[in-house]
Design a protein around this ligand. Structure first.
Ligand SMILES: Cc1cc2nc3c(=O)[nH]c(=O)nc-3n(C[C@H](O)[C@H](O)[C@H](O)COP(=O)(O)OP(=O)(O)OC[C@H]3O[C@@H](n4cnc5c(N)ncnc54)[C@H](O)[C@@H]3O)c2cc1C
Length: 309
C-alpha cells in the first residue's frame, strides 16, 4: 500500500486553454492552471492560490463538466496527473487503493483480471476515480454493483483551513458519505486525493462476457464519434430523460455547433466548433420545452465550471 505514489513537482501556468481537458472540447482559458502529481504538490498549488485569495476549480478526467467560455478567473487544478494504483487480497476482499486521478479503466482492468463484478459497471465510464466518487457514477441497469457507493471503502480528502492556510488529510469511510443518484455528499469541503475500493474476491466467470456486452451496448447506443459529456440530465424518478427529450421532438435540435444527438437524445454533441454557451443554451431550451410539454423538470447531471448566469 502507498501513501503518495507520484513524485512531488508542479508549476502554475498562466492562460491555459481548457478545451483539451474536457470531453466536450469546449470552454475558454484558465487564468491559472496546475496539474499536481502528488499530494505535496497539490498542497503547494492550493496554498499558493489561498495566499492570493484565488478561487480554485477542481477538474479530473473532464468527462462530466461544462467549462465556461472566455477567461475562467482563479486557478484550475487538474487532478488527472495524480495517478497510481495498488491492490491486495485481504481476507475475502480484493482492495484497490488509487490516487484520485487514476482512470476508472485502470481499476476496471484489475477487477476484470480477478473476474470480479465491479468490472462490468466501471467499463466504459470515462474519467477518473475521484470524479466517479463525486458523481456516484454508475449505470442504470439493475445489477450488483452498479455505482460507486457500492464499491468505495473509504476516501482521503484534503482540506485547507481558510483562516490559517493549514492542511488536514481526512480519511472518510463509505458509511460517512451520503450516496445519492449521481451525487455524493457529506465528505465536503475538500479535494478527494485517494479512493479505496474493494469487492469480495470470489471470481465470477460471467464477468468478461458482461464487460463485452457493456462495451457493445455503449458503442451501439451512444454517439461516441463526436465530443460529448455522456448523459446531460439525470433521469427523473419514474422517467428516462432521453425518452422525454425525444418525445418533445428535440433530437437534432441545434444551436451553433451543438446538437441534440440523433442517436441518444440525452447526449448533446459538439458537431463543429460548439461553444460552451451553445451547449448551455441547448440545455436551457431542453429544460423549458420538456417542462412545458410533459410537466417534468429535468436536472442537469453535468457540473458547471466557472461563472454562469
Ligand atoms: C461517453 C460518456 C459516457 C458516460 N457514461 C457514464 C455512465 O454510464 N455513468 C455515469 O455515471 N457517468 C457517465 N459519464 C459521465 C462521467 O464520465 C462521470 O460522471 C465521471 O465519473 C466523471 O469523472 P471525471 O474524472 O471525468 O470528473 P470531472 O468531469 O473532471 O469532474 C466532475 C465533478 O467532480 C469534481 N471533481 C472531480 N474530481 C474531484 C476530486 N478528486 N475531488 C473533488 N472534486 C472532484 C469536479 O469539480 C466536477 O464537479 C459519461 C461521460 C461520457 C463522456
Amino acid at each position: 500500500m502507498f501513501t503518495d505514489l507520484a513524485k512531488n513537482s508542479t508549476c502554475v501556468q498562466e492562460s491555459k486553454s481548457l478545451k483539451e481537458l474536457n470531453s466536450w472540447r469546449v470552454g475558454g482559458v484558465a487564468q491559472y492552471f496546475a496539474a499536481p502529481n502528488s499530494i505535496e504538490s497539490l498542497k503547494s498549488v492550493w496554498h499558493w492560490a489561498w495566499a492570493r485569495k484565488l478561487k480554485i476549480w477542481v477538474i479530473s478526467g473532464g468527462s462530466n463538466i461544462l467549462i465556461q467560455d472566455g477567461e475562467l478567473k482563479g486557478v484550475v487544478i487538474s487532478l488527472h496527473e495524480m495517478r497510481g494504483v495498488d491492490h491486495v487480497k485481504t481476507g475475502d476482499q480484493v482492495i484497490i487503493e488509487c490516487c484520485a486521478g487514476t482512470s476508472k479503466s485502470e481499476v476496471a482492468k484489475i477487477f476484470l483480471q480477478n473476474r470480479l463484478a465491479p468490472a462490468v459497471f466501471l467499463t466504459g465510464i470515462p474519467g477518473d476515480m475521484g470524479g466517479g466518487v463525486v458523481m456516484n457514477s454508475g449505470i442504470g441497469e439493475n445489477r450488483v454493483p452498479r455505482e460507486f457507493g457500492e464499491i468505495v471503502r473509504s476516501i482521503d480528502v484534503l482540506r485547507i483551513d481558510e483562516k490559517t492556510g493549514e492542511f488536514s488529510l481526512n480519511n472518510i469511510l463509505n458509511s460517512q458519505i451520503k450516496w445519492e443518484y449521481r451525487h455524493s455528499s457529506d465528505w465536503q469541503p475538500g479535494v478527494i486525493v485517494k479512493v479505496t475500493v474493494g469487492w469480495s474476491h470470489t471470481a465470477d466467470m460471467q464477468v468478461p462476457d458482461g464487460v463485452r456486452a457493456q462495451t457493445k451496448k455503449r458503442v451501439s447506443t451512444q454517439p461516441l464519434d463526436l465530443p460529448n459529456c455522456g448523459s446531460v440530465f439525470r433521469n427523473p424518478l419514474g422517467h428516462k430523460s432521453a425518452q422525454l427529450i425525444e418525445s418533445c421532438g428535440l433530437k437534432g435540435f441545434r444551436i451553433g455547433g451543438a446538437v441534440v444527438s440523433e442517436k441518444h437524445a440525452n447526449f448533446i454533441v459538439n458537431d463543429k466548433g460548439a461553444t460552451a454557451g451553445d451547449i448551455d443554451k441547448i440545455i436551457k431550451h431542453i429544460r423549458e420545452t420538456v417542462l412545458l410539454k410533459t410537466g417534468v423538470e429535468l436536472i442537469p447531471e453535468v457540473a458547471y465550471i466557472g461563472e454562469w448566469d
